[in-house]
Design a protein around this ligand. Structure first.
Ligand code: AMP
Length: 569
């Protein structure tokens, strides 16, 4: 692995990045920085968001500035949104902290153009701009790009998605043909290739990671619920991850606002961001989210493009996007900067085929996960609280004065009673809410069984509801007996048998394990590939589980607490 000192950067810039805590260059930096410092050849870099692109182009832009030429801009960075524009300008200013004065100007719509014109008049070294405003300034003859030596097109695919093609063309016509162009894009659709062809002469191409591949650290999951249970499913997921710091994607502005309103009414730390909000409102929400005062941001795709947070734990697709490309962008918002992230899609049955398409798109398997049961949610919350209790720093200065009175009030309570009371105080409401919470997972629907996927293999298993089998337990069992993550599609639990779609590659292993003297309750399991799917009795296979935490329901003979050898008798 290279060292920043070996990349050819000067001492003030090295000091700047050291101050930011960057220790080793990311792969994109390792490739792009030496290239830019040593060559004038244009470059097309296929790189995901969050890979350290800004420093990869920003440090060389700063390094290569001609100190004598102070008035006219020498470098132009174009990016899709105002937020990204401010972010890049802020990053460059941080990198340049120990350089002699460098003027970096962000120009974007929604801010007074006169101020930007005044700054340009005074002299600017590097412009960071959104295409619309840059073009506006050019039309008014307020920006002179005749001395620009390097142009960066950041998130080129996003700029084209947002309809900036004509603006980009107009701007690039104003840049000298000799300028080096650097194009960064997470994906390489035809429109981006044509920009590269038109404005770049024989560019070098580099790929960080694979083409169109979802970010490495993101695990892709989905859950299948009735369309009407979408919101409840979202709440369960949010409750199951008490430390969630996530983006929730909806398709329309109205739905975005509606979901955010419902979350807020239900006491969640959530807000919406979408195009119907004023710029000031969007800025306020983004500030809150960035500083983690807000834990969940419900967003439309367009508004989310400005979200520049790199440590999101979750991306939730409340609705799948129509376009696979958009899915890649959404999921790439998590799993950044070396952290892991989870992208969860809440879908209904008819959308299952979309998951197969998306698997091909991101070239990674998706895992079907079950919506947590009420009991699991309560457990997750409880243990999160207990951990917080354990980890909280006690500030003696603040509380010591109150302690004698507190001890006096609690005098006589045992340690055990104290714990019970504190937990109950925090949790009664939660436990109450989830006491009779239904299973939201779709496990069967006799009218829709033709939806079993053509890409999956349907397995018939001779156990069902009379053996107290639930979909969740079936999934756990399959994962446990095979000691792997089984890719499962639709599950249909009948009275005496079960049909489950699984990945064809895993069929052999699954059948071998299922047929290896495994018992569910008192019944020995027999499983086979289902050639003739048995007809379900009318109305006889409703899939809503009736598991109640702490209830008396008889549990099947496998569950997480049992060791695998207990299944084998
Ligand atoms: P970017 O792709 O430029 O938006 O960067 C994603 C995140 O990674 C930002 O928070 C950067 O501050 C951070 N970052 C970039 N380069 C490095 C590095 N070499 N070491 C550590 N963090 C970095």
């Amino acid at each position: 692995m290279a060292d920043f000192n070996e990349l050819g950067l000067s001492a003030p810039l090295l000091k700047g990045i050291e101050k930011l805590g960057f220790e080793t260059p990311t792969p994109v930096q390792e490739k792009v920085i030496p290239h830019l410092l040593n060559s004038e050849r244009s470059l097309v870099a296929l790189a995901q968001t969050g890979t350290g692109k800004t420093a990869a182009f920003g440090l060389p832009l700063l390094e290569l500035l001609d100190k004598e030429q102070k008035r006219k801009p020498q470098a132009l960075v174009l990016c899709p949104t105002r937020e990204l524009c401010m972010q890049i300008a802020g990053d460059l200013k941080d990198f340049a902290k120990y350089l002699d004065k460098v003027n970096i100007l962000a120009v974007y719509g929604g801010a007074p153009i006169v101020n930007q014109m005044r700054e340009l008049e005074r002299g600017v070294n590097i412009i960071i701009a959104t295409p619309g405003r840059m073009n506006d300034l050019l039309r008014r003859h307020k920006a002179d790009l005749s001395e620009v030596k390097r142009v960066v097109l950041d998130e080129a695919d996003e700029m084209l998605n947002m309809g900036f093609k004509e603006e980009l063309d107009a701007i690039l016509e104003n840049v000298p043909a000799t300028a080096t162009t650097l194009l960064f894009s997470a994906t390489m659709p035809r429109a981006v290739i044509s920009i590269a062809k038109n404005y770049m002469h024989n560019p070098e191409e580099i790929t960080i990671g694979k083409r169109n591949v979802g970010a490495e650290n993101v695990s892709h999951e989905y859950c299948v619920v009735q369309a009407r249970d979408r919101y409840k499913a979202l709440k369960r997921i949010a409750d199951f991850y008490p430390d969630m710091y996530g983006l929730i994607f909806c398709r329309t502005r109205v739905e975005t606002q509606d979901v955010a309103n419902r979350l807020m009414q239900d006491g969640y730390n959530a807000e919406a961001i979408h195009g119907d909000l004023s710029q000031a409102q969007r800025d306020r929400v983004m500030d809150k989210f960035r500083s983690r005062k807000l834990h969940m941001l419900v967003a439309t795709d367009v508004a989310a493009r400005g979200v520049d947070v790199s440590d999101l734990t979750h991306v939730i697709n409340y609705q799948l996007p129509d376009d696979g490309e958009v899915y890649t962008h959404r999921s790439g918002r998590t799993g950044r900067a070396g952290r892991s992230g989870i992208a969860i899609s809440i879908i209904h049955m008819k959308e299952q085929y979309r998951i197969r398409q998306l698997e091909k798109k991101v070239n990674k398997p998706f895992t079907r996960r079950m919506i947590p049961t009420g009991r699991e949610v309560c457990e997750a919350q409880l243990f999160s609280m207990i951990n917080r209790v354990k980890q909280v720093e006690v500030d003696h200065k603040l509380i010591d004065g109150y302690l004698p009175a507190i001890f006096e009030t609690l005098d006589g309570m045992s340690h055990e009673d104290l714990v019970k009371h504190f937990v109950s105080l925090e949790f009664n409401r939660f436990l109450d809410y989830y006491r009779d919470a239904p299973d939201l997972n779709i496990v069967a629907d006799d009218k829709k069984k033709e939806k079993f996927s053509k890409d999956m293999t349907c397995i018939y298993i001779n156990v069902g509801k009379i053996d107290d089998l639930t979909a969740k337990e079936l999934m756990q069992m399959l994962n446990e007996i095979t000691e792997s993550q089984i890719n499962i599609g639709l599950i249909e639990i009948g009275k005496t048998f079960t049909l489950v779609d699984i990945d064809p590659k895993q069929v052999k292993n699954v059948l071998a394990r299922l047929n290896d003297s495994l018992f569910v309750g008192d019944r020995e399991v027999v499983a086979r590939v289902d050639r003739e799917k048995p007809k379900f009795r009318q109305g006889g296979s409703g899939g809503r589980g009736n598991f109640r935490p702490g209830g008396n329901r008889k549990r099947p003979n496998f569950n997480r607490n049992r060791k695998p050898n207990k299944y084998h008798q």
